[in-house]
Design a protein around this ligand. Sequence first.
Ligand code: ACO
Length: 154
Amino acid sequence: MRALSLSLRPASPEDAPVLHGLFLRSPGYFALIGMEPPTLEDVLQDLRTLPQDPRRRAFLLLLEEEAVGYLDYKLHYPEARDATLSLLLIREDRQGQGLGKRALRHLLGHLAGVERLYAVVYGHNPRAKTFFRSQGFRHVKDGGPALSWYVREL
Ligand code: ACO
């Protein structure tokens, strides 16, 4: 069977309803980090602020035409040749099907010149930690009780 094609599309304010829908369909993640899913207005505001941070990149992850995930990272952070992933989210009903792995592979394709990719895992999230370890990341440090930093050399 042919694998459906996965692509990354830069997220813009027009994508707010789609991204909000993605978050609402992923309640397990927000329960895990002890937060309410953002409102549509929150999502819109966040997407509107993207141009104010030229290092930040946010993408919708599309499987054919369907939004199945979201990726948010920062280039040149913490150091010039680093990038830091703040959120990779696969829609809850599509988790565990290899999409996280494929999304990460796509992301690596966007990171020419980057030598280290960090992943910051928020909250008690053993699944995310297992995921990043399985993808070649190692634990670097805990930044307070709720933040764990992982890194992969590229
Ligand atoms: N329990 C433990 N390990 C798992 C699980 C699970 N339920 N699911 C996947 N993994 C691990 C396995 O090692 C797996 O490798 P294998 O298939 O060779 O056994 C590997 O992760 C890759 O599995 P995928 O199917 O590609 O993972 P998925 O598509 O579910 O993506 C992700 C993983 C991104 C953590 C997803 O589950 C998700 O979106 N979770 C909710 C949001 C979240 O917590 N994101 C991470 C926040 S931290 C950050 O982004 C820096």
